[in-house]
Design a protein around this ligand. Structure first.
Ligand SMILES: Nc1ncnc2c1ncn2[C@@H]1O[C@H](COP(=O)(O)OP(=O)(O)OP(=O)(O)O)[C@@H](O)[C@H]1O
Length: 228
């Protein structure tokens, strides 16, 4: 579905991604793991077509990242993208204007599920509710691949579980999901595959069950081994 070949992203003072090659298959849930500054967001932004690799290639369904891939890939950034005037309903309208695959009914369901109210001002939401709103807007797109950058950061445990259940329900419909997070223990329960990135390079990638079997360790323990 998605193929990265020797992808490099250099900034003036820093090589953020340093020759990553990997493949993502459809219908799976991937964890993109790595400590702060390891290159997760940079890689996701390149796949989303927001920034271009310095070297290497990224293809989606055999085509370079472009109009077709942008229509099929829903990327949720770490930053919030709401204007001051926006209510939860306005965020849905804003998304609908941008994305032809935005499903209003699904947005309504997700908003309700996330305990949000259409009339709430997006800017006045607590950080947990704002995170839920971002997730609702992203998952309401009928995309093929969802890339969620740190969807669980700064969220309390009950809300995290609620978010994880919602993500899992979306995944049931044969969607592909890539989640970047430091909260490995919580992702361990739900992921099919794990991608470990260290200093901009791919350290390890594999089926979560295979990795546990071959290494005799949980994904959390492998994470600690790689990054300790
Ligand atoms: N626009 C930029 N200009 C210069 N350096 C950048 C830029 N964006 C990212 N970097 C650097 O590239 C490296 C990788 O950053 P990136 O945000 O991709 O890491 P990350 O794994 O997503 O980190 P975190 O978990 O903290 O979000 C970091 O050292 C960061 O400072």
């Amino acid at each position: 579905m998605l193929e990265c070949k020797n992808v490099v992203k250099k900034y003036i003072a820093k090589t953020a991604v340093n020759g990553i090659s990997l493949e993502i298959d459809s219908g799976r849930i991937y964890a993109l793991l790595g400590p702060n500054g390891s290159g997760k967001t940079t890689l996701m932004k390149m796949v989303a077509g927001l920034i271009k690799p310095t070297n290497g290639s990224i293809t989606y369904q055999g085509l370079p990242i472009g109009v077709e891939s942008k229509a099929a890939i829903a990327y949720m950034p770490t930053e919030t993208f709401f204007y001051n005037y926006m209510t939860v309903r306005d965020v849905g309208r804003y998304y609908k204007d941008f994305f032809p695959d935005f499903n209003e009914k699904r947005y309504e369901d997700l908003v309700q599920r996330m305990d949000l109210n259409m009339k709430d001002k997006a800017k006045s939401l607590s950080s947990g509710l704002a995170a839920k709103l971002k997730i609702a807007a992203t998952l309401a797109r009928d995309a093929e691949l969802y890339m969620l950058d740190e969807p669980l950061n700064g969220i309390d445990i009950i809300t995290r579980e609620n978010i994880i259940t919602t993500i899992l329900e979306s995944a049931k419909e044969n969607k592909t999901i890539v989640i970047s997070s430091h909260l490995v223990d919580e992702l361990e329960k739900i992921i099919d595959h794990a991608i470990f990135i260290k200093n901009g390079s791919l350290e390890l990638i594999g089926d979560a069950e295979d990795l546990r079997e071959t290494k005799g360790k949980s994904i959390v323990e492998i994470y600690k081994e790689i990054y300790a």
